[in-house]
Ligand binder design. Structure first.
Ligand code: HGY
Ligand code: MN
Ligand code: MN
Length: 424
């Protein structure tokens, strides 16, 4: 800690809130179901590209040196007194799901930029460089694999594999990087930082239920994404007796019910199962579905229980196929990450920063996946959660954290980064 460095740092909450609301207008839409303004900024769409350009402009205004790598990951760098020292990295993502709010990912990116603005205003030079990262396709909802940019940065997934992934229209991620101008020149493998701290909304009810503003995140639960295609036989809805049907739609419905039975059985630990995508073909009123395509998202903090749940699903698919002549299924692995524990020493710095800001905090596991779980493979990593309102709902335009909660979370981020950046 250099002598000029204050014990703790508080940011400009109004300026932070302004950038959150400004960014939320890029890719905004009026959600008639909720009557709210939502955000739809899928990775490498024109809306995402516009959001990226806005964030880069803010980075440059804050004096950051910006570089873009071959995965489209963006890094804004603030030099330290010792340029050879390893970087303290923060950041997150600004790509969103199709029915997003203003905070998921954006709080971590804009919070990082706000920390830099505050360091500049206070004339503080940290020993280590500080960087703010914006990772590509964290959500995974366009190209089918989540935490994609950070997984390539950390070396878990290859660049060519990522570039070849396609969206539902057959466009590749590589082509979309080129089209939007974000196929950067820099090698996508990130030099291991000194530490990584990500500030993110909790996206769940725990902090609010305990009336606590700050979460010190202990790790991220395991994630399993599969695409299942059920093949049946198209047939006339009126003339075909039930006994002659190979109904792919019925099979899909039975899979959804079976997944809930696995969860409710309690035999697979704290399992969560979601079928978020389901289509039937030919998708016409008077034809028994010939094909059903669905995704299965499983989450489990225990890798053994996750494997058991995947086996139980595979066994059910096999049983389904045997239940009716003409039924078959294929499964494609989309994404799979194990439980990732976060670094205890970084968690301690976060907890101490929260204490020093007089903010209550509790430790909790993350139910959602985050870029931090990938960067944790490179360096000591942990996260700060900010409390959400309305049961912490997320991936829904109702997602909301108060200006106060966001500012306090970024205060903790600022003090944490400051202390890490001055550690020997
Ligand atoms: O799926 C997730 O948990 C994250 O929102 N990408
Ligand atoms: Mn997120
Ligand atoms: Mn998300």
């Amino acid at each position: 800690m250099t002598s000029s460095t204050p014990e703790k740092l508080t940011v400009d909450g109004d300026r932070l809130w302004q950038s959150l609301t400004d960014l939320a207008e890029i890719g905004a839409y009026d959600d008639e179901r909720t009557g709210l303004r939502g955000v739809n900024r899928l990775a490498l769409t024109d809306a995402d590209a516009a959001g990226r350009r806005q964030v880069i402009a803010w980075m440059k205004e804050a004096g950051l040196t910006v570089r873009i790598d071959r995965m489209g990951n963006i890094y804004g760098r603030r030099e330290g007194a010792d340029p050879a020292a390893r970087t303290v990295l923060t950041g997150s993502h600004i790509d969103s799901v199709a029915t997003a709010g203003a905070f998921d990912g954006c709080l971590g990116v804009l919070g990082g930029i706000e920390v830099v603005r505050t360091l500049n205003e206070r004339g503080i030079t940290t020993r280590r460089p500080i960087e703010v990262g914006v990772f590509t396709e964290e959500e995974g909802v366009r190209f089918g694999t989540d935490m994609l940019g950070s997984a390539v940065a950390a070396g878990r997934l290859g660049l060519e594999y990522a570039h070849a992934l396609t969206d539902r229209d057959g466009r590749t991620l590589g082509d979309e990087l080129a089209r939007t101008g974000f196929a950067g020149p820099v090698d996508a493998r990130l030099d291991p930082p000194y530490a990584y701290v990500e500030c993110h909304i909790e996206q769940g009810p725990v902090l609010a239920e305990n009336d606590v503003p700050i979460g010190v995140v202990t790790g991220v639960q395991g994630i399993s994404w599969q695409e299942i295609t059920i093949h049946g036989r198209a047939a006339h809805a009126g003339t075909t007796p039930t006994r002659l049907r190979a109904d792919a739609g019925l099979a899909a419905a039975r899979i959804i019910v079976r997944l809930r039975e696995l969860v409710d059985s309690g035999d697979y630990g704290d399992l969560r199962a979601t079928v978020g995508h389901l289509t039937v073909h030919p998708d016409l009123t008077n034809i028994v579905p010939a094909r059903a395509e669905m995704t299965v998202d499983l989450r489990n903090p225990d890798d053994v229980q996750m494997a058991r749940a995947e086996e139980a699903l595979a066994a059910f698919l096999h049983e389904l196929e045997g239940s009716r002549p003409g039924l078959a299924s294929t499964t494609r692995r989309m994404a799979k990450t194990a439980y990732v524990p976060f670094d205890e020493s970084v968690q301690k710095v976060i907890a101490q920063a929260a204490d020093d800001h007089g903010l209550a905090h509790l430790s909790l596991l993350s139910g959602a996946g985050h870029d931090a779980q990938e960067i944790a493979a490179l360096c000591p990593t942990a996260m700060i959660f900010v409390r959400g309102e309305y049961d912490g709902i997320s991936h829904n335009p109702r997602e909301y954290s108060t200006p106060e909660a966001c500012a306090r979370g970024v205060d903790v981020l600022a003090t944490t980064l400051l202390r890490l950046a001055d550690q020997d």
